[in-house]
Design a protein around this ligand. Structure first.
Ligand code: NAG
Length: 208
């Protein structure tokens, strides 16, 4: 007699799990980079992945006085610029920084967190889909910001640059946080100038 009851309970349970997994905790968390929206990425997961590696990674960076993601790159970027900028930066991180850091991640035994971060960056890039027109109209000023970053990167020795750029992921996440919205009631827009770390130049290796 117990078994039919259990059988009936199963679909109910899976229904509950279904609603639970799509509950308000996840739904409504999204990035809004100007015209580009990215749903389904949990910022907290990116932070946790980076926090798990941060000390190891940043300890390898011996060049102080240089910051790649400096304030001229990120600070005061308009919402319209933000979509192009995040797209350009994340692509660069994936194709250049992460690609060249993977062996180190294995060596330092941080591959799991490294992969979590990389996978989330891939998801964000793949979901950023601005219309061509919007991309074009803002690309020049946003591109100039990106070039500042890229030029600073190229001025360093390759390995040092990769290490430094990876250690600056917290600066990147802090900036991205400005475009992250928890739920629909609280739309937070970027507030230039009051980023908590390093965009104002107070973090590690800050030099301006
Ligand atoms: C950002 O805007 C503030 C206020 O307008 C300005 O003082 C500051 O110099 C700007 N920062 C950059 C990097 O342009």
């Amino acid at each position: 007699m117990g078994s039919p009851v259990r059988m009936a309970a199963l679909p109910c349970l899976s229904l509950i799990l279904l609603f639970w997994s799509q509950g308000p905790g996840v739904r409504g968390q999204e990035f809004q980079f100007g015209p580009c929206q990215v749903e389904g990425v949990v910022l907290q997961e990116l932070w946790e992945a980076f926090q798990a590696m941060k000390d190891i990674v940043q300890a390898q960076d011996s060049i102080t006085g240089v910051q790649l993601l400096r304030k001229e790159v990120l600070q005061n970027a308009s919402e319209a610029e933000s979509c192009y900028l995040i797209h350009a930066l994340l692509e660069f991180y994936l194709n250049t920084v992460f690609k060249n850091y993977r062996d180190k991640a294995v060596e330092f035994r941080i591959l799991k967190s490294f992969s979590t971060l990389a996978n989330n960056f891939i998801v964000i890039v793949s979901k950023l889909q601005p219309s061509e027109k919007e991309m074009f109209s803002i690309s020049e000023s946003a591109h100039r910001r990106f070039l500042l970053f890229q030029r600073a990167f190229k001025q360093l020795d390759r390995e040092a640059a990769v290490t430094k750029a990876f250690g600056e992921v917290d600066i990147l996440l802090t900036w991205m946080e400005n475009f992250y919205q928890m739920g629909h009631g609280a739309r937070e827009f970027p507030t230039p100038g009051n980023n908590r770390r390093s965009i104002t130049g107070s973090g590690h290796g800050a030099g301006d």
